[in-house]
Design a protein around this ligand. Structure first.
Ligand SMILES: *Cc1c(COP(=O)(O)O)cnc(C)c1O
Length: 352
């Protein structure tokens, strides 16, 4: 456990976690100060008058199976957003430690750093090389800064590209014992590559974020997973709220993430990829569009001759697209989610 001891905040190592009320469904609960009976119209399986199971075993097992990892390597949070926050709180001492990000990328890593008072080391992706990782500069920066966490997003939001596996693994290998490398795979299902989860056994300092919010159509349920070395999982389980997963979410996800849903998964991914290709070609044919980047995710990043005009036109048609102009190197960028065909057609019409 020594490599991890040197990385985790000492306060967290010493922390005695809150003991949730014991979970034993066969027993009558007179230990958690709950209301003793369910409400009149409460149709849930367990009854919402009771606290839910901490880290519900059935959901842990379901996600471990879905992501093909051992149950000891998973902790479930309220979306991966919560897990990003917990990682930063567990590893970064305020005003002392840093995390590293590669912009333009997902904004939550920096937000979590600001909340915790951690420094941010920023090594931009190389725009001229399709937003590839500048992995050598990442390693140089880690040698001279107290970087505890490296956040890599692949496929990257908002640029849509996968990071080269060899670059990612070079970073993981070099930082072995020195930093935890967190690969956010929120969009991996839409891509042509498998998850890096298969590499976890080789690299204890690799961690992976997955979510049900995108490819599994469950953004409203708020379920994400951190997949990592069991010791890292143990640290995050110390920090996480005692009843993080609401009972309504648990029951909905167990029922909706059914064998039927999973059987159709690859078909749905293929359909999305086809619609993505159609949208890419259509956007490239518009005179207002300067450039559309290739995408391995369920969105497209496009650059416009006049991004303000494009945003206003979308708004007029009551369509929301993501203004990406605040990202470094994307002053004329808009991120467009690949929607259903008729939704996408409405957007194309507004820009025609
Ligand atoms: C959407 C997204 C997530 C998912 O967040 P949840 O909290 O699980 O909904 C994580 N990372 C990136 C890069 C995303 O774009």
């Amino acid at each position: 456990m020594s490599w991890l001891n040197a990385l985790v905040r000492p306060e967290i190592l010493a922390l005695k976690p809150y003991q949730p009320a014991a979970w034993n469904p066969g027993f009558t609960r007179l230990h958690a100060n709950e209301w003793p009976r369910r409400l009149l119209h409460d149709e849930t399986e367990a009854g919402l008058n009771q606290y839910p199971e901490p880290q519900p075993q059935a959901l842990v097992a379901r996600l471990a199976h879905l992501y093909r990892v051992d149950e000891s390597r998973i902790v479930i949070g309220r979306g991966s957003d919560e897990l990003i926050d917990l990682l930063v709180r567990a590893f970064c001492r305020a005003n002392r430690d840093a995390l590293l990000v590669c912009p333009p990328t997902f904004g939550m890593y920096s937000v979590a750093a600001h909340i915790q008072g951690a420094a941010i080391v920023s090594i931009p992706l190389i725009a001229a090389e399709g937003f590839a990782l500048d992995w050598q500069r990442v390693l140089q920066s880690c040698a001279t800064n107290p970087v505890k966490l490296v956040f890599l997003c692949s496929p990257n939001n908002p640029t849509g590209n996968l990071l080269h596996e060899s670059h990612v693994l070079a970073i993981v290998e070099e930082l072995r014992g020195r930093a935890l490398v967190v690969v956010d795979e929120a969009y991996i299902e839409f891509s042509s590559r498998p998850s890096l989860a298969a590499k976890l056994v080789e690299y204890p300092n690799l961690a992976i974020l997955r979510t049900l919010s995108k490819a599994h159509g469950l953004a409203g349920a708020r379920v994400g997973a951190l997949i990592a070395d069991p010791q890292v999982i143990g640290v995050i389980r110390k920090l996480i709220a005692p009843y993080a997963i609401p009972q309504l979410t648990l029951e909905a996800v167990l029922s909706l993430l059914s064998p039927l849903h999973l059987r159709d998964h690859s078909t749905r991914m293929r359909e999305l990829q086809q619609e993505r290709a159609r949208m890419m070609a259509a956007l490239r044919g518009l005179s207002c569009v300067r450039q559309v980047y290739p995408s391995e995710a369920n969105f497209l990043l496009a650059r416009f001759k006049d991004a303000s005009w494009a945003l206003a036109s979308a708004t007029k048609a009551r369509l929301l697209v993501r203004d990406a102009r605040s990202y470094a190197a994307l002053e004329d960028g808009i991120r467009i989610t690949v929607g259903a065909q008729e939704q996408n057609d409405r957007l194309l019409e507004a820009w025609r």
